[in-house]
Each structure stands twice: as structure tokens, then as C-alpha cells.
Design a protein. Structure first.
Length: 79
């Protein structure tokens, strides 16, 4: 199982902050993103940062392992 986390306005547009996705061998980060973006297109318009197991990732070809945690976030700023 892969745990997917959404933060801020991305979570608002998905309608939840977490989602579990069945693990599949050879599942890439990009394939997961594409699947979720097709389901939640308005949320993924905002996604600009992705992390896997707490590490910022830019490479979509990264293969996900069972029990991975993937986070999708929009830009944010603080004061």
C-alpha cells in the first residue's frame, strides 16, 4: 500500500488529506501522479512540490516501493 498525503489547497480540492493506493510493482512516481491528476485535475493544477518518504523529489521516473509515503503540495509562504 502507498500512502498519499495532500496539504493545503491541494487537500481542499481533493476533499481529503490522505489516500491509500494499492502498491503495484514498477509503479513510478509519474504514473501515480498521472493517475491521481486524472481523478483530481483541479487539485493537481496546484501541485508544484512532491516528496517521497520525506525527501523532495523531482524525478518522475523514480520507482515507488511498497509502504512508500508520497506527498503532493502547492507553493506556500510563511511569515
Amino acid at each position: 500500500m502507498i500512502q498519499v498525503l495532500f496539504f493545503g489547497p491541494v487537500a481542499d480540492r481533493v476533499g481529503q488529506s490522505t489516500l491509500s493506493v494499492d502498491y503495484q510493482p514498477n509503479l513510478s512516481l509519474q504514473a501515480l501522479r498521472d493517475t491521481l491528476a486524472a481523478r483530481y485535475p483541479q487539485a493537481f493544477e496546484l501541485v508544484c512540490m512532491t516528496a517521497v518518504n520525506g525527501q523532495h523529489v523531482r524525478e518522475g521516473s523514480m520507482l515507488l516501493a511498497d509502504q512508500s509515503e508520497v506527498t503532493f503540495m502547492a507553493k506556500f509562504s510563511g511569515g
